[in-house]
Each structure stands twice: as C-alpha cells, then as structure tokens.
Design a protein around this ligand. Structure first.
Ligand code: FUC
Length: 333
C-alpha cells in the first residue's frame, strides 16, 4: 500500500517521502527572501511513480537505488567461487535490475515529528532477489536537521556474503524550475574513473585536470559541453564532496559523505511532453543534477576498487548530508 510521510523542521525545511522506492518526492528549503523553493524534482502524486509512462523513462526520480547502484559489467560477478548472473540490458546491469529497490514497496517503520524530524523505512530483499545472494535487510532514514540539512542514512545486513552499493537518486535544481546551467558547481575531487562506451569503468583512474571535468574550483554547470556529466568522481578528501549554488535564489547546498565516490549526473532534457512534474514545473536544457554518493560502479568485478562485499555480522552504511544555507549576492566559498 502506498504511504506518504511529510516532515518539517522548525527552520522552514519540508520533505515528502513515499514508501514506493523509499523515494524522496520533494524537498522545500527557504530562498534568500525566506520563500519556499522545492529543490528536488518529483511527480505530482505518489501513485504517479507506478505509472508505466513514468517507468519507461528509467529516471529514478528521488529513488533509493540498489542492490547495486551503477553499472556491473556483463551483468555478472563472482563471489566466494560462485558465479552470479544478473538481469542485463545492452550488455550491462544497471541500478539493481528491472525490479530494483526503486520499484519495491518499503515499510515505514518509524516516524518522529518535532525537532530533527525523521522517518525510517525498511526493506527485506530476499536471497537471489534480482540474482543477488543473501537475505538483505536494508533501512533508510531521512532526517531533517535543525541546521537546515537533509541527512540520508542507509544501513544493511545480510545472512550470506553479497555485493552492495546503495544511493539516493534525487535530482536537484536550486531554482525549483528551468535549468541548472547557471548554477555554480564545485566537486572536491581531482580524479575520475575512465568509462567505456557502455559507461562501465575500465579500471583506469584519470586526473580531472586532464579533462574538462575539473570542478575543483567553482564553475558554472554549463562549462560542460556536449551532453553533460554522467561521471564517477573519486572522493579522497572527506567529508566535503561537492557544492551547488544558485545566484537566482541564493540557495547554497553542500554535499557531505564518506563514500568512496560520487556519480554526478546532469540529464540533457526531461521527457516533458509525456510527464507532468510536481507543481506543474517546467524545466529546460540541463534541468537538474544528481549527486549519487556511493562506492565505485563495477567494484564486484574490479579487485583494485574499494570493497563491495558485505558479510554476515557486518553492517553496511552510507551516510550523506545535504546541507542548505542562503547567500545574499556573492558566490559562497
Ligand atoms: C545515473 C546514470 C545513468 C542513468 C541513470 C538514470 O546513475 O549513471 O547513466 O541514466 O542515472
């Protein structure tokens, strides 16, 4: 059954989460004039996420992605001497498969209103779900901190060794509409993964300075030519991962995490002729940007990448904080 939980802190921040895909449907934060702006792209109603006209586009709007976020080469991996095959499309397995965590009904297990309001959702992914071994118990907490930050905290445990990579797939636009082209972006990374033509990591790590993906210094998102970013940045100076600033609304967002990487994704266009967005919002070219904090894609097949195996008795964690503030007229450092 579909459930929607709304949370609000005392500083004017509000969110909506639905249990289908443990999806972040909206996130309102105050702009520099204290007016509310929804900075996360969503659909009008929770039921709209079930609509095949939405699902056919594989957008993962605000979804919790798993069991393995990102791509796994040849749709297979080996673990403890056993070979596992996963669902595959065009030669790769993506975001946990056809029926990944984004398409499951999670259970709302606790909601707390008041100061630092939070909601916790849980999911049991059964042994061999989408081809992955082990009964995996996953939980996500969405918490609004009184400092005007959203904390997203994933944990998981298993009864058999498995591979795992969880992330949230929210698309941010700090103007609440239009394009993020004029937003300032900073990425605290000097290295990114080389990708092949299927967007699978080759195993090689490149220096950002050798590419036009150098965002160590703040620059407009529109600095990226062609079709935008869909890239894996290696995070080595934690927890500061990235920041995004809109001079139009004065909203500044900082992303903080201890994950090994962030996939930054700027879609070129949304299918606006076919889909209605929350608030009947109109978007443009480069409508939004995702910060998918996570392990390296294809780590199950690359032994020199960070460990992606979870064993019985261990607890997987991914904690990411999206911290909001406003600035008057200058670019925040
Ligand atoms: C990101 C990208 C993919 C995909 C998806 C919707 O994670 O890496 O290319 O398009 O999101």
């Amino acid at each position: 059954m579909m459930e929607v939980v709304k949370l609000a802190n005392s500083k004017g921040m509000e969110l909506e989460v639905c249990n289908y895909g443990a999806t972040l449907m909206s996130l309102s934060v105050p702009n520099r004039n204290k007016e509310q702006v929804n900075v996360v792209v969503g659909l009008p109603e929770a039921e709209d996420y079930l609509d095949p006209r939405y699902q056919m586009h594989n957008l993962y709007l605000g979804s919790s992605v798993g069991r393995y976020a990102g791509r796994i080469s040849n749709g297979s991996f080996q673990l403890e001497g056993k070979y596992y095959t996963l669902e595959m499309e065009k030669g790769v397995h993506l975001h946990g498969g056809q029926n990944g965590f984004d398409k499951k009904f999670w259970e709302v297990i606790a909601t707390k209103q008041g100061r630092n309001p939070r909601v916790e959702l849980s999911l049991l992914s059964k042994d061999m779900d989408e081809g992955y071994p082990g009964n995996l118990r996953v939980s996500v907490v969405y918490e609004l901190l009184e400092s005007n930050a959203l904390r997203i905290y994933y944990t998981a445990t298993t009864d058999r060794p498995t591979v795992l990579n969880l992330t949230n797939h929210a698309y941010y636009n700090l103007n609440g509409a239009g394009s993020v082209s004029e937003h300032y972006l900073q990425i605290n990374s000097s290295k990114l993964l080389e990708l092949d033509d299927k967007k699978v990591p080759t195993g090689k790590i490149l220096e950002c300075s050798q590419t036009h993906y150098d965002f160590l210094k703040k620059a407009h998102v529109k600095k990226i030519k062609n079709s935008g970013l869909d890239d894996v940045f290696v995070l080595s100076q934690k927890p500061f991962c990235a920041s995004l600033t809109s001079m139009q609304t004065g909203i500044h967002m900082k992303v903080l995490t201890r994950q090994p990487a962030v996939v930054i994704y700027t879609p070129y266009l949304f299918p606006e002729m076919e889909l209605d967005f929350k608030g009947s919002t109109a978007y443009g070219l480069f409508p939004a940007i995702c910060f998918e904090t996570q392990n390296f894609p294809d780590a199950p097949n690359k032994s020199h990448f960070p460990n992606s195996v979870l064993r019985p008795g261990e607890t997987y964690t991914n904690e990411t904080v999206f911290d909001f503030s406003t600035c008057m007229d200058t670019v925040r450092q």
